[in-house]
Structure formats: C-alpha cells, structure tokens
Design a protein around this ligand. Sequence first.
Ligand SMILES: NC(=O)C1=CN([C@@H]2O[C@H](COP(=O)(O)OP(=O)(O)OC[C@H]3O[C@@H](n4cnc5c(N)ncnc54)[C@H](OP(=O)(O)O)[C@@H]3O)[C@@H](O)[C@H]2O)C=CC1
Ligand SMILES: Nc1nc2c(ncn2[C@@H]2O[C@H](COP(=O)(O)O)[C@@H](O)[C@H]2O)c(=O)[nH]1
Length: 325
Amino acid sequence: MSVFDYEDIQLVPNKCIINSRSEADTTIKFGPMTFKIPVVPANMATIIDENLAIWLAQNGYFYIMHRFDKDNRHEFVKKMHDQGLFASISVGVKPEEYELIDKLSAEDFIPEYITIDIAHGHADSVINMIRYIKKNLPGVFVIAGNVGTPEGVRELENAGADATKVGIGPGKACITKLKTGFGTGGWQLAAVRLCAKAASKPIIADGGIRNNGDIAKSIRFGASMVMIGSLFAGHTETPGEIVEEDGQKFKTYYGSASQYQKGEYKNVEGKKLLVPYRGSISETLREMQEDLQSSISYAGGRSLAALRKVDYVIVKNSIMNGDSL
Ligand SMILES: NC(=O)C1=CN([C@@H]2O[C@H](COP(=O)(O)OP(=O)(O)OC[C@H]3O[C@@H](n4cnc5c(N)ncnc54)[C@H](OP(=O)(O)O)[C@@H]3O)[C@@H](O)[C@H]2O)C=CC1
Ligand SMILES: Nc1nc2c(ncn2[C@@H]2O[C@H](COP(=O)(O)O)[C@@H](O)[C@H]2O)c(=O)[nH]1
C-alpha cells in the first residue's frame, strides 16, 4: 500500500484543449442537486451558521449545517424551505436524535440532505441511524461518517448511506492522532484513494486541505466533494469570534470535539486555533473555482471528469520546497 498525503503528490499536465480557463466546468452533481464547485464548508460551529447556510444555498454552493444547535434544526429545515432553499442538516446518534427524525417525519419537513456526523463512524450506532432515517425519511440523501477504511465505506453504504465521509484526524483543529494514536492524519489523500476504490457511491474527502490545489488532488483520488474547515475559518461570514493581537485581526476556529464546543474537558479530541482574518468568503470561493478551472485545463479537459484520470507522481517531502502563498 503506498502511503502519501497532499504535499507528496503532483499531478502531471496534459495538452490544454480549451481557449480560456472560463470554459472549464467545475460543477458537480451531488445527490439531488448540482453545485458550482465540489467544496463544502465543514459542519462545525465556527465555520457555518444559519446566515451563511442561506447565502451558500442562494448562491449555488453545497452546505451542511452543524448539529450543535440541537433544538433549532427542525425550525431550520422549515425556514430554508419557506425561502425556497434546500435544507441540509447534521445529526448524531444519541436517543434525542431519533426524536428529531420522528418529528421531521411526523410534520413532513423533509430535508434534502442529512449528515450523520460522529468521530468514529464505522460503528453500529451509525448503521442503525442510517437505517432509521432511510425508513422514516425515505427521500433524504444520507451522508454518513466519518470513516477511514474501505470496510467502513462498504458497511455504511450497505446500510443505505448515499455517500460516505472520509477522514479520521487529518483536520487542522484535530488532536485525535496525538490523543489516541489512530487516524488518517499524514496519509489522508492515500486513505481517500483506498476508500474511493471500495466505494460504489460518492465520497467526501474531509480534512487536511491546506491549499486550493488539494481540491483537485482529492478529485483525482476519487472524492466527489471536499469538506474544508480551516481554510474557511477566517472569513467575515464564518461565525468564529474576531480577536485582535498586536494590531492584527484573527478569528477563532475550534474543533467540534474540543472543550470549547463540548463545554467540558471530557473525551477531548480537538483544539482551538486563531486563523488570520481574510475578508469575504465569496472571494475565497471565487478563487477556489478559478484555481479548479485552471486545474481542469492542466488536466487537458473541460470538466472535473478530466481530473479523475490524470497521471500523478509521488515526490515525497520535496515539492513544496519551503514555498508558501
Ligand atoms: N473527523 C474526525 O477526525 C473527528 C471529528 N470529530 C467531530 O467531533 C464531533 C463530536 O464527535 P463525537 O465525539 O463522535 O460525538 P458525540 O459526542 O455526539 O458522540 C456520539 C456518540 O458516539 C459515542 N462515541 C464517540 N466516540 C466513540 C468511540 N471512539 N467509541 C465508541 N463510542 C463513541 C459517544 O459516546 P461517548 O461520548 O460516551 O463515548 C456518543 O454516544 C463530531 O462533529 C465529529 O465529527 C471528533 C473527532 C474526530
Ligand atoms: N479530530 C477532530 N477532528 C475534527 C474536530 N472538529 C472537526 N474535525 C474535523 O476536521 C475537519 C476540518 O479539517 P480542516 O483540516 O479543513 O480544518 C472537519 O470537517 C472534521 O471532520 C475535532 O474536534 N477533532
């Protein structure tokens, strides 16, 4: 098994067949809808809130609302639908989460997407929740995770998941590999490749994206969608608190399994960081789209499909050469 991560890989260019990068099509069909780019902000409390979810849905981007405003999720689905927007929520696996599914079903508020979001998603608790949602809300597109192995992907797909989310511990606010010794941190891209080969349905590569080029690399190795936290954390629209230090502006970004999210220091597997403030998220999304259009041109194609079969080389520890943007 070859083990590598984003910084160890370079994609190999093919002859360009378009006259302008604007001709390259970055759209992706994911579940019942098509989105502008194959990118989704992480379903974390410092990355997405209701206002940003509305803006993303109105502007052709996928979003997944986090699950930490527990009592508001039912109202959130209703609010999105009242505005003619799609609803995409997260759930956990505890008993009260089953009550939410029952309530949505009883009142016929059916979100388009539900993501089952727990740390160790290769578990009977997740399999049971997938089955419950599929039985009680049969039209919903169910994303389940997180997993880091082909076996995990297959079991969740077999239980009925429509997509699986891959990544155990590669996130920037993550300390899982330090606290437990487990995970895909340091070999996340290779894990995405292994999982995608086993998958018969779409996968989301989750965590470890540090540069826009990593989105193209994720697509090359089989992801249909890429989930990103830290690269989005510093924006005006993301909900992290603004902090000023030595005249410089930062925003807070904390893990969903950090004490800041949990309110207590128990089973902590996440930390808090300060991320430089960087203006509006619309500019970052626009730049991601432009960079992806450029990637498609280097792949010698017109759409994301060209990226999926491009050659690559493994250049361990050498390609960045100390470079930074
Ligand atoms: N992608 C990643 O690498 C990681 C992501 N996270 C994020 O942090 C948030 C909190 O996650 P999580 O702690 O799972 O959520 P919860 O605290 O809601 O836990 C969900 C349920 O799973 C149980 N559980 C959690 N971890 C384990 C485990 N290792 N073995 C057995 N049972 C377990 C919990 O019980 P109990 O608490 O009693 O064990 C609880 O009943 C999520 O948003 C998750 O995505 C967290 C860590 C890693
Ligand atoms: N191990 C942990 N992982 C976490 C936690 N909170 C979120 N996450 C995961 O990180 C990604 C985002 O990664 P990034 O590299 O883009 O910043 C997110 O989608 C989760 O899967 C946590 O507390 N511990």
